[in-house]
Structure formats: C-alpha cells, structure tokens
Design a protein around this ligand. Sequence first.
Ligand SMILES: NC(=O)c1ccc[n+]([C@@H]2O[C@H](COP(=O)([O-])OP(=O)(O)OC[C@H]3O[C@@H](n4cnc5c(N)ncnc54)[C@H](OP(=O)(O)O)[C@@H]3O)[C@@H](O)[C@H]2O)c1
Length: 318
Amino acid sequence: MSNLMRAALLREFGPASNLTIEKIPVPLPATGQLLIKVRAAGINPVDYKTRTGKGLPARELELPAILGWDIAGEVVSLGEGVSRFNRNERVFGMSNFPHAGNAYAEYAIVREDEFALIPAAVSDEVAAATPLAALTAWEALFDQGELGAGQKILIHAAAGGVGHIAVQLAKWKGAYVVGTASQQNHALLHELGVDQALDYRTQDFTTAVNDIDVVLDGIGGDNTLRSIDVLKPGGVVICLPSMYKDDPAILAKAAAKNVRVKWMVVSPSGERMGQVAALLASGDLKIKVDQTFPLEDVAKAHEAVETGHVSGKVVLVI
Ligand SMILES: NC(=O)c1ccc[n+]([C@@H]2O[C@H](COP(=O)([O-])OP(=O)(O)OC[C@H]3O[C@@H](n4cnc5c(N)ncnc54)[C@H](OP(=O)(O)O)[C@@H]3O)[C@@H](O)[C@H]2O)c1
C-alpha cells in the first residue's frame, strides 16, 4: 500500500469547482479507530452546504478539508483497543458528524463505535448511500416523533434521500403514510409503500390531509408553518433544515395550536447502523441509488445533489 492517497480537497469555501483531487498522506488509526479503504462515499445536502461555508459543520471546519460523512469500505488496519471489527471486513457508517467528515478519499479514519458490518448481499454503493439518511429518518421518526403503529405521518420530500427511507421505516412500524413529491416521483412513492401520494406542485397538502400525528419536514420555512395546520393537538413537526431553527413565527404558531415543532441534528451510532443493516439484510429497507460518479467527478456529484431533485441518493465510487 502506497503511503499516499487520492482525496478531494476543499481549500476554500465556494462552488463545486473548488473541490480538487490531490495526493496526500494516508492517515494512521489511533486508539478505537479503524483505517478504511473507502469503496464508496454517499453525498448529502449538508455536503454542498458545508462546501459553500453554510450550515452547522462549516462553522468549525478547518481548511483544507476532505468533505463527506457517509462511508462504505473495507477495514485495512485497526487502532489499539479495537474489538468489534477485523481486517478485510466490509463496514459502513456516518463518520464524525457534525464535525469534520473525511469520506471523499481512498482511505479514511473512522471510530469503530460509529460503524457496523455491511450485510453480504448489500453493494458498496447502497451501503454508502445509507448512513446519514437512514440515521436521520430513524431518529426523526422514532426518537423525536415517537411514531407508533396506527399513527398518521406526513413525509415531505418523500422521494429524497431521507424521505424515501422514512417512508419505509414508517410503514415497517405500521403507520399510515402520506408522502409529498412531484408527479414524476409518485410511482416511486407507491413502490415504497405510501398510503397516499401528494403532488406538492399541484395540490395543497393543508386541504388534502388532517389529524396528522407526526410531520417529517425536509423543506422548512413556510412549509413548516403550513405543516402545523395539519397536525392533531399534541402532534409534532420534525424539521430537518437547521437554518429555520427556533424561528419565532414557527414557535408562536405551534404554541397557539398546542402542537410542537422540533429541530434535530443527526448523531452517529454504530449500534443503530447495526439495526439498519438488519433491515437491509431482511429486505424491509431498500435504498435507491439515483446516480453514481467516480471520485474525479465529485464536483458533478455535488451539482446533482444541489438541484434539490434527486430521487433517492447520489454516491461517489472511489
Ligand atoms: N438536521 C439533520 O440532522 C439533517 C439530516 C439530514 C438531512 N437534513 C436536511 O434535510 C433536507 C432533506 O434532506 P435529503 O437528503 O432528503 O434531501 P434530498 O435528497 O436532496 O431531497 C430531494 C427531494 O426533495 C424533493 N423536493 C424538493 N422540493 C420539494 C417540495 N417543495 N416539497 C416536497 N418535496 C420536495 C424532491 O422531489 P421532486 O424531485 O419530486 O421535487 C427530491 O426527491 C436537507 O435540507 C438536508 O440538509 C438535515
């Protein structure tokens, strides 16, 4: 193994063209860490937000930096004290979020407690597409939203990275699921199992549904304000985009209607990745990889996610 690796480096916040492929030293694992040969890296909206200097992770990011949190790869070497993994095993996880990520490179250092084994039948691309979106959907629905069997959930952006997983997790739990997407994604929503699909371009969800227990809102702003109108008393909106956190107009409307609006920041967890892996292995959870790009085309991959209309996930194949 050469002691140099290819990595996509960001030297200055800005456009996707600021991501450049360079050769840098392969890092060494410390106590509790794994050195992974990265096979694929998932791309999320937070990646391009960070690239432009916006969003939570950018606040503490030191440049030059390697971006990306979703990693699937093979264990190459183990730091001291690592007990859960062996060399050559395939593992996946969301690494170090919301602190500096390190996915867009041939090798990456990760913490063993943030990773889990990839089921044998799951490809590297699917594994890389999974962690951040699946951990977010799980935490939003079950920890924050406390969604239970028989409850009604409205999932906005249901064809997106988080949404298409949230639909499947909600159905797995036994909830009634309404999902929003443009018409071209309705076949996908029905395949995923929604009970009702709404076209947000032509239908007003506030008149189409009511008595909702949980709203998963991947859009934010005015969409959050309008989501409050469809909740039953005591219901909750889980809002994903952090830029609207604690917006006074949203909080005031929620209080007046006796409902809650919560913002969250997804946490890494190897244990939860193990639960997600079990659902992938059983076929209860299927991940849609919309587009793949080689590491060299990382700028194109960012631009694809930046359109805001990905159907499923975008993945870098390293
Ligand atoms: N706080 C956290 O911890 C956390 C974690 C994960 C994600 N997030 C944030 O949550 C948001 C969603 O993430 P994601 O990965 O799911 O994004 P994504 O994959 O980029 O979402 C794309 C989807 O959004 C749909 N969409 C766009 N505008 C819409 C609208 N007005 N109504 C309904 N659907 C619409 C598109 O469907 P059509 O093509 O059919 O329009 C597309 O399928 C992002 O802002 C992300 O940064 C936050």
